[in-house]
Design a protein around this ligand. Structure first.
Ligand code: HAM
Length: 426
């Protein structure tokens, strides 16, 4: 029997060094845009009490009923790898009484998210999200700002071919009447619905809109629409939100079936969809959740946010041919031979690095030819040759790999000369 090769878990990915600069580019733009809109970073644990997600997202959502990575720790507590970040941020917000510092708190996060989903293009069991949560304001101007921000982020990343779809899912005042209306309608369609949807029709009718079964979608064609059944306050909010989107020049489309798969949403729901992504076409999505904080034990506090998948952003960048500038790589490769050369090399290497110059060398004392080949492969713009004759003169030879120029520099003060030549900041 051969040795079994261990592979990464299904639905996960390794980020290899060649892809790092694309990730870094995306993360840099994210942090820059977060700063521009006055969001500050928050980091919370990767796992939380399972109850947090059940309470926040709702028992009949796909995430809670099918997709959570839930496990018992050694003391028997039920924990769950975070399937999103909104409940976690609210948990931390309440735990640290962040509301007492300021009325409107704007937080952002970047990190891994876990959902047990069927893997396919653009859908993973571990993905990474950038998200924001603006906690403490019910103003529709904030809803418009949040959508503007996500669109501006995509613009800065060079993404095109995107569309904003929006809806209003009402509030706890108008939802019960709508639910009754929808339940009534679904009662006439029971035979066309899948087993899941029949259950949803009873327990949580709005969730039937999450179903991907073609027969269920067809049965919903004539269903009453939530955005046509809003109370006056929700209708006003939706109208102002749309007017402000128009004012910011954002194209949008009202999509009455958009309900966003989580129970906590109230009023505004939105998604940004891409022409390039196929079935998993949402690059980002979010909405308002004016009751969540209260339902987790806090004071009534309106809030809104979005999440956007980094993998999906990178996929659209790829499709759209967005080029990313090279990161500052290795500046100098030291080529040394004989024990004395190696000794001098190690000393210089340390001094270069402390001086802010990215440098490396081969400790194996391999042949000159193989060291030069390695320098070439690494693409260092300069190589420094620590040859015997030069060493005797207290110098080394610096070769500019682009121009082929060679010059002798004093070992004393070599770091300073190289810093100037490579423009290292240090
Ligand atoms: P979500 O729509 O479930 O919302 O996820 C947000 C984004 O994460 C999606 O638009 C997509 O880009 C990415 N995403 C989700 N699942 C996967 C997956 N399996 N593989 C790859 N990418 C994925 C939320 O999570 C809410 N917490 C957003 C929010 C914040 N609402 C209010 N505040």
């Amino acid at each position: 029997m051969g040795i079994m090769k261990i592979q990464r878990p299904r639905g996960t990915a390794d980020m290899l060094p060649d892809e790092a600069r694309r990730w870094h580019f995306v993360e840099d733009v994210i942090r820059q845009v977060a700063m521009l809109y006055n969001y500050r970073e928050i980091r919370t644990p990767i796992f939380e009490s399972t109850d947090l997600f059940i309470k926040s997202e709702g028992e009949s959502t796909d995430i809670v009923s099918k997709q959570m990575y839930t496990f018992k720790d050694r003391a028997g507590r039920s924990l769950t790898l975070r399937p999103e970040m909104t409940p976690n941020v609210i948990r931390a917000y309440l735990e640290h009484s962040l509301n007492q510092k300021e009325k409107l708190i704007k937080l952002y996060y970047v990190g891994p998210i876990f959902r047990y989903e069927k893997p396919q293009a653009g859908r993973y069991r571990q993905h990474h999200q950038f998200g924001i949560e603006a906690i403490g304001s019910a103003e529709p101007a904030l809803d418009a700002e949040v959508v503007e921000m996500i669109m501006y982020l995509y613009h800065k990343l060079g993404l095109t071919g995107l569309k904003a779809i929006i809806n209003s899912v009402g509030c706890r005042k108008c939802r019960p009447a709508y639910n009754a209306l929808l339940k009534n309608y679904l009662g006439t369609k029971m035979r066309e619905l899948c087993a899941d949807c029949r259950r949803r029709a009873e327990a949580n009718p709005l969730r039937v809109f999450d179903c991907k079964e073609p027969l269920c979608s067809a049965a919903l064609c004539q269903a009453p629409r939530v955005c046509d059944n809003l109370c006056d306050a929700c209708r006003d909010h939706f109208r102002t939100f749309r007017a402000l989107l128009e004012e910011s020049g954002i194209d949008y489309q009202v999509t009455p079936e958009l309900v966003r798969g989580l129970d906590y949403y109230t009023r505004t729901a939105f998604e940004i969809v891409s022409e390039d992504l196929g079935a998993q076409n949402a690059v980002g999505g979010g909405g308002r959740y004016d009751d969540l904080i209260e339902s987790l034990g806090g004071p009534p506090t309106p809030a809104i946010g979005f999440g956007t998948g980094l993998e999906r952003i990178l996929m659209v960048m790829e499709e759209r041919g967005v080029a990313v500038a090279d990161e500052g790589a290795l500046s100098v490769y030291l080529v040394a031979w004989e024990k004395e050369g190696m000794d001098a090399g190690r000393k210089l290497l340390r001094s270069l690095r402390r001086g802010g110059v990215s440098a490396d060398m081969d400790y194996r004392m391999s042949s000159l030819k193989s060291q030069l080949r390695r320098a070439d492969r690494l693409g260092a713009p300069f190589i420094l040759l620590l040859g015997k004759d030069e060493r005797a003169r207290g110098t080394a030879k610096l070769r500019n790999m682009k121009t082929g120029d060679e010059r002798e520099i004093a070992l004393d003060g070599a770091t300073e000369s190289i810093r100037q030549l490579t423009g290292s900041r240090g």
